[in-house]
Ligand binder design. Structure first.
Ligand code: GLY
Length: 353
């Protein structure tokens, strides 16, 4: 997979010109959703080299990450005269970058696209690394391809219009990058004040966070090995998300990942010796900023079943990424049902349930 250029932009127009000039094209499209079309698109309107660009607007949020929306985008590309030499800009959160990337990667067997993420989650995770796709048959990201963007253009100015909950949600993936990288980065992330956001400092942290992801993706673009480090917190996190969906409780992805990290740090502690003090410090930060997802022991079986169905598993064995310490990653770890139930007991106890 070719390496994508990630640009931490200081000047949106200049960075966009650079990214677009690298992708010669016959026709330019931009994919937005009903929110980014209103909130973010105004920053792009009036830029001379974007004149004539065709805007495709779709519904916002994960419920629209469907085959129907994808077909709508393909239709608009087809009606708009897109060819294999066209270029698509994806302006939005992870739903837009995933679905837009998939649309571009498949239309006429694929043409180039550029991601312009507008949420923290998309900036540090979804838009980087070439994973594209849609939800299908009730399963998240069930159909998709690996197809890197030509460029990922990160302009943290967009974060100023992001609501607090989505900011905190995206920050969970940054915390994950801290845990899997260095003690220094992990510690600076724990010191960050989420109540009084210093956007200039956040921009620096985003830069370092994206670098962690880029380094890992470069080593293992197709997730055969070390890219699994990025799954820390996600095995349990996805189970929490699935339970929340089943029970009609709205949970943002990053919150579920944060609660999943509480569980998986406990597993790391008992199985691979993750130090108690660092586990406690990280869990305290999560409790302070993410609150807790309420579960009782009657839901353990359901959570266990969701973990068993995770697409990262092979041969019915639940696959975890654990840590020996900050930055010391152990992929392909397993745990039996009894240990998983103990982990859920730990979660409930330390979250005060
Ligand atoms: N979101 C995890 C990855 O890109 O591998």
């Amino acid at each position: 997979m070719s390496k994508q250029e990630v640009i931490l932009s200081e000047d949106l127009v200049k960075s966009l010109k650079h990214a677009i000039d690298k992708c010669p094209h016959d026709k330019l499209f931009i994919l937005t959703d009903e929110h980014t079309s209103e909130l973010c698109m105004p920053r792009l309107r009036g830029i001379d080299f974007l004149s004539g660009m065709d805007e495709i607007v779709i519904g916002a949020e994960d419920v629209h990450k469907t085959i129907e929306t994808l077909a709508f985008v393909w239709k608009r590309l087809s009606d708009g005269g897109a060819t294999r030499h066209s270029l698509l800009l994806n302006l939005g959160g992870g739903m837009i970058t995933d679905l837009g990337g998939f649309a571009a990667a498949t239309f006429k067997r694929g043409f180039a696209y550029i991601n312009i993420p507008t949420t923290l989650l998309a900036m540090v995770d979804a838009s980087v690394g070439g994973k594209t796709g849609i939800n299908f048959n009730g399963l998240k990201n069930e159909v998709g391809v690996f197809a890197p963007a030509g460029s990922v253009l990160i302009d943290t100015y967009f974060l100023r219009s992001l609501d607090q909950r989505n900011l905190i949600s995206g920050y969970a993936e940054m915390l994950k990058h801290g845990l899997i990288s260095t003690e220094e980065h992990w510690a600076e992330l724990l010191r960050f004040d989420m109540e009084q956001v210093d956007y200039d400092y956040l921009r620096e942290l985003v830069g370092r966070s994206v670098q962690v992801k880029e380094d890992i993706v470069e080593q293992d673009p197709f997730e055969h090995g070390i890219r699994k480090a990025l799954n820390l917190g996600h095995t349990v996190g996805h189970a929490f998300e699935s339970l929340a969906l089943e029970e009609d409780r709205h949970v943002l992805h990053g919150y579920a990942v944060a609660w999943g990290m509480v569980c998986e740090l406990y597993l790391s502690h008992v199985k691979t010796g993750f130090p108690t003090d660092r586990m406690k410090q990280t869990i305290q930060f999560i409790k302070d900023n993410y609150g807790a997802f309420y579960i009782d022991c009657k839901q353990y079986e359901a959570l266990y079943a969701f973990m068993l169905h995770d697409k990262k598993n092979t041969a019915g064995v639940i696959n975890f990424t654990l840590l020996e310490d900050v930055g010391r990653i152990c992929i392909n770890q397993t745990a039996g049902k009894e240990t998983i139930f103990e982990m859920l007991d730990f979660y409930r106890e330390c979250m005060g349930m």
